[in-house]
Design a protein around this ligand. Sequence first.
Ligand code: ZN
Length: 77
Amino acid sequence: MSVEIVLKYKETTYRFVDESEYGPEEITGETAEFYWEDGNGSCDCNRANGIRKYCDPTFPEMNCGGDEIDLISVTVM
Ligand SMILES: [Zn+2]
C-alpha cells in the first residue's frame, strides 16, 4: 500500500508518498486516512515531520495544537 499525502502550508503545497507502515485496521484501528485526518498526523508537529522527511529537510518544527498546516488530501493507491 502506498499513500499520497498533500499538505498545504501558507502558499506552498507539499505532495509526498507516505511510506509509513500502517497495520491492518482491525488490529490497530489506524488507517492512513485516520492517522492524517484525526490521529497523530492531524497535529502540525507530525505534519511538519512528514514534510521534513519527504519534501523539505529545512521545514521548521511546528508546535502541537496549531492549525497552520492544512490537509488537502489523503489518497490510498
Ligand atoms: Zn503535536
